[in-house]
Design a protein. Structure first.
Length: 132
């Protein structure tokens, strides 16, 4: 195993640093923000609102209008008026983010994509099947 930090080795799936627009709806707040990073199991966002630990929220991918329930599992110290908040999905949802090149560890054997398939279900040509 390459040199990994102890925290990285405990993670279920790799995080991807990407800023994606999302809407977070909680019992007492609704806020539009962007992700700091995402994974198949959730994300980290920066919020103005205080989301209580273990509170259930709904996360909306504003690009696709898909909504998924999540729990607040981390709340960091405010920085520049924003609070880092970690959200965890109830179960892995690797296609929620619609990332073109997600890490391989986002998909277990039951969810593996077939060769040439994209996250949207479109197929791409197999380079080995092209005429020479």
């Amino acid at each position: 195993m390459p040199n990994q930090s102890p925290i990285r080795s405990l993670r279920r799936t790799q995080r991807v640093l990407i800023s994606m627009p999302v809407l977070i709806r909680g019992e007492n707040f609704c806020e539009t923000t962007t992700t700091v990073n995402v994974s198949a199991h959730g994300c980290l966002v920066l919020l103005n609102a205080k989301a209580p630990d273990n509170d259930q929220v709904f996360l909306v991918n504003t690009r696709t209008a898909e909504e998924i329930p999540a729990n607040v599992v981390f709340r960091g110290n405010p920085k520049d008026g924003k609070i880092p908040v970690g959200l965890a999905f109830a179960e892995a949802s690797p296609v929620f983010w619609r990332i073109n090149f997600p890490p391989d560890d986002w998909f277990n054997s039951a969810e593996r994509r077939r060769p040439g398939a994209t996250l949207t279900g479109e197929t791409t040509p197999n380079p080995s099947s092209r005429p020479k």
